[in-house]
Design a protein around this ligand. Structure first.
Ligand SMILES: [Zn+2]
Length: 247
């Protein structure tokens, strides 16, 4: 518990950085310069207005210079990243597995943010992350299961994307590769939960808009990310419970 508490602050700070990544990578802008600025008026954000969550609360969600609303997504990304980061060290201790899990979680938060805002899961994030996690997990726990899960999960979504191009994109396929590399056999739990979770807004849209809803794609990435986070923290336990219930 102490370790998780210590990990919370750097987790929040990393979340703040992920906001920069999520805002700039889809626009192909530099991550380091210029410094953080208001997206609306361009006013440079001072360090004391850039403290994770706290600054958002103190500024009541507005730019100090022009008063424009800061999207709730910014503190939300910081909070979720901080909690997941701390959670990885709580669950896995001070280990290599915790580092891989934390890296995986931060990537999930980032691609969820870009998928929600721009409807894209950037190649420049998800492809290197998938390869890094695959190499790290294979080195830490030598087994072919990581690469098998990565190809099985991405192959499954590739088949789904080919069969129903409106529903899923190639970004989701690459995200599934990362999920398999990170989760091994638990990726089945993540995919199942992600699909079930995505059904909820899907049904709401269908009820509200009828046939027109078929053309309104919902970003699938955040649901896959949610399923992944649950699978990561419950892991084999959920898989075993499922098997026990179904047999
Ligand atoms: Zn402003």
């Amino acid at each position: 518990m102490g370790l998780a508490a210590i990990a919370l602050a750097p987790g929040l700070a990393l979340g703040s950085f992920l906001n920069v990544v999520a805002a700039r990578v889809p626009l192909r802008r530099s991550l380091v310069s210029p410094g953080s600025a208001c997206m609306d008026c361009g006013h440079e954000i001072a360090w004391y207005d850039n403290v994770p969550i706290l600054s958002y609360a103190l500024l009541r969600g507005r730019c100090r210079s022009c008063g424009v609303h800061i999207p709730i997504r910014y503190p939300a990304v910081e909070l979720v990243a901080g909690l997941l980061f701390a959670g990885c060290f709580w669950k896995f201790g001070l280990t290599g597995s915790a580092a891989v899990a934390a890296f995986f979680c931060l990537t999930l938060v980032t691609v969820s943010a870009t998928d929600l805002e721009h409807r894209i899961i950037p190649n420049r994030i998800v492809v290197p992350a998938g390869l890094i996690v695959l190499a790290a997990n294979t080195a830490l726990h030598p087994s072919p299961k990581w690469i098998i899960a990565a190809f099985a999960a991405s192959g499954f979504l590739l088949a789904a994307a080919l069969a129903y191009p409106a529903g899923m994109g190639m970004g989701d396929v690459k995200l599934a590769f990362l999920m398999g590399a990170a989760l091994g056999s638990s990726v089945t739990v993540a995919m199942f939960l992600g699909m079930v979770a995505a059904l909820v807004p899907g049904v709401v849209l269908l009820v509200r808009h009828g046939q027109a809803a078929r053309k309104m794609g919902i970003p699938f990435g955040p649901f896959l990310a949610l399923g992944s986070a649950i699978a990561l923290f419950t892991g084999p336990w959920l898989l075993h419970a499922y098997w026990a219930l179904s047999h």
